[in-house]
Design a protein around this ligand. Structure first.
Ligand code: ADP
Length: 263
């Protein structure tokens, strides 16, 4: 049997907010097989971002255990997380705040290649200029984009820059947190189609966090529904859509038209 990409057992994360304690993640068990496209949905505050931060090794669980490709990463010190930093890349919601406005696009995109932890995982002498050209081409941005600054691009193009940056170190897994929520409705479909094509062409595993079930339906073949720090329903996307088991999932699905017209 091949190892799953991720295995999490009883994953729990508590935060202390002043005097009160928040149970952001409550004993979650999860397995992600390579090549899956997993959508994590649920209302705001249900623990989606906490879960993906733990998967990316950006935060540690309060209790429970987590493995990546069979290696336990629960308590690994930062200096030993290089393999995870290279393998997992993230795309965030708002490219305006995730791209440094003072850096040229070429430097933004190749920055992950210069990270000390990631560098050790990459082939020696990886040619940054060549990799930049490859990923600009992959996201359909002009070849000369590298010398320009983020503000010279539209919102949709800036999200393409963020995607190019994530692709630069040749990751195995792309984690996208609300990848199109900050974009104009008119360019959302283009960015979703681009992500779909890239994931297929490069054989990536995709993890998408979204409150928008239409986004997840477009991108993902599996769904995990979160509520109050727990995964309350999980299955392949079409099954969950056509036969939602939980009342909460039915309510999320029923809310789609309202969310769409309000947005
Ligand atoms: P979602 O992504 O589904 O909106 P989050 O994972 O961001 O949910 O948050 C889950 C819960 O944990 C919320 O109650 C949130 O307020 C709390 N939380 C998340 N991050 C922190 C933090 N760094 N400090 C304190 N509380 C946090």
């Amino acid at each position: 049997m091949t190892e799953p990409l991720y295995r999490a057992e009883q994953l729990t994360r508590r935060y202390r907010n002043g005097g009160t304690e928040v149970l952001a993640l409550d004993h979650v068990d999860l397995t992600i097989e390579p090549g899956r496209r997993l959508g994590i949905v649920g209302e705001s505050g249900s623990g989606k971002s906490t879960l993906v931060r733990l998967l990316a090794g950006l935060d540690r669980p309060t209790s429970g255990r987590i493995w990546f490709e069979g290696t336990e990463i629960t308590d690994l010190p930062e200096r030993r997380l290089g393999f995870l930093r290279a393998a997992v890349q993230m795309v965030f919601q708002d490219p305006r705040s995730s791209l440094n406005p003072r850096m040229r696009v070429g430097d933004i995109i190749t920055e992950p290649l210069r990270s000390r932890l990631v560098r050790r995982q990459l082939p020696d002498g990886i040619d940054h200029a060549r990799r930049l050209a490859e990923v600009l081409d992959a996201v359909d941005l002009p070849t000369d984009s590298g010398g320009r600054y983020p503000h010279e691009f539209s919102g949709g193009q800036r999200q393409r820059i963020a995607i190019a940056r994530a692709l630069a170190p040749k990751p195995e897994i792309l984690i996208a947190d609300e990848p199109v929520s900050a974009l104009d409705v008119s360019v959302r479909a283009q960015v979703l189609n681009l992500l779909t094509d890239l994931v297929a062409a490069q054989g990536l595993t995709l993890i998408v966090v979204s409150h928008d079930l239409m986004v997840v339906r477009h991108l993902c073949d599996q769904l995990a529904v979160m509520r109050q720090g727990r995964i309350i329903e999980q299955g392949d996307t079409e099954t969950v859509y056509s036969r939602p088991g939980a009342e909460y999932t039915r309510a999320l699905l029923a809310a789609i038209p309202r969310i769409r017209t309000a947005g």
